[in-house]
Ligand binder design. Sequence first.
Ligand SMILES: Cc1cc2nc3c(=O)[nH]c(=O)nc-3n(C[C@H](O)[C@H](O)[C@H](O)COP(=O)(O)OP(=O)(O)OC[C@H]3O[C@@H](n4cnc5c(N)ncnc54)[C@H](O)[C@@H]3O)c2cc1C
Length: 406
Amino acid sequence: MKVLICGAGIAGLTLAWHLERAGWEVELVEKAAAFRDGGYMIDFYGPGYQVAERMGLRPRLQRDRYPVDELSYVDRDGRQTSHLKLTSGLEDVVSLLRGDLARAIADDVRSPVTYGATVEAADQHAGGVSVRLTDGTTREVDLLVGADGTRSRVRELAFGEVTPRYLGHRVSAYVMTDAELSHRVGTRYQMLTEPGLMAGAYALRDDRLALLFLRREPDPVLSDDPAGELRRHFGGRGWILPEALARCPRPPELYHDLVTQVELERWHRGRIALLGDACQAVSLFAGHGASMAMAAAWILADELTTPGELTTSGDLTAPGHLTAPGELTDALARYQYRMTPVITEVQRFGRRFIQWMAPSSRWRIHARDLLFRLAALPGGNRLFVNSLSPGGHNLITSRSNVLEKS
Ligand SMILES: Cc1cc2nc3c(=O)[nH]c(=O)nc-3n(C[C@H](O)[C@H](O)[C@H](O)COP(=O)(O)OP(=O)(O)OC[C@H]3O[C@@H](n4cnc5c(N)ncnc54)[C@H](O)[C@@H]3O)c2cc1C
């Protein structure tokens, strides 16, 4: 079986990892000119972490993780206004750069990746899909997977224009090198919040600093000068912001986007399937997108391969079966059936969480500070983390359970 995966991000690489081990012929096509490093800090846990463990990635993730000892809110003078110590019981919550997670998966993927191109056209016929890429080359495949993020090109080809649900905020992030600022922030996640604005910073290895900015904005149109926009809204807010923003890079080093969720009735059409943010984006407010992307990739691979083929890391097994179009359609339907309930739950959680992560008023900022103080009480730490794990606890289970239900 041949598959072309559009998008070599968290979801696309995880699917490639599993399908190549099940004997599929896999190829990826990625719009970026080269592998996308860095990005932004993510907290990685839950079902995606379970998948990573099955892939044998635990030692690598434990090596690449950053210790986050504390969440700390500061005012414009850099004085702490509230904080939460993160001391124990968080071994399976890994904080790392999105690029480091993607790199950990990519290092173990053997399939070829064509960089600097995307899918231009896809024509489905009885025997498969004919795909034309923007570099002028063509592919004949059994399955085309769109793992190309919230603005998915493959989704557009299969379903036409889909407008993701805008959550009323813009997000920007970048990584910079500055020994003094990095030292000042240290191994605690520091944040400054003012009504409708949030800026966060965390020190990385090698004198680097990861910065994140959130801004409430009803207008869902992106600026063509995102660095200038950041300086205008955050540059006068004190703390480390004037120094950090003075060296704000331009895209692609500066990540800048609308915060959105993708809700689709169908995640597949014929021999085209969508995966990850392309069909199930939960947004950074849910704090679960990478985890859900990996879980979905595992489930899709589980449904596409013969039972028992897909288990853990290791060598190639016998080639995956599945030739009849009907079987493929059933497999894609089961994949969506398994994922949809948890995605709906996580998306709801994300929308509720907006007011805690980016409070819109002083009153809400005070309420958030109070919650932090309560979480500092004995046992509060664990309760707090559980409250950040909205769902999917039993997602990574064997297929047979699902077949009985469907
Ligand atoms: C600021 C921020 C913080 C976040 N925090 C967390 C967190 O704490 N925990 C968590 O689990 N998740 C978090 N997320 C969400 C998480 O990063 C995403 O949900 C996850 O990366 C989705 O994986 P994906 O493979 O679907 O998309 P991506 O990882 O974005 O990969 C998509 C890939 O497709 C490529 N691509 C795009 N368009 C095309 C095209 N037309 N053709 C070919 N390739 C294309 C892109 O270059 C990219 O490589 C956060 C997101 C943001 C923005």
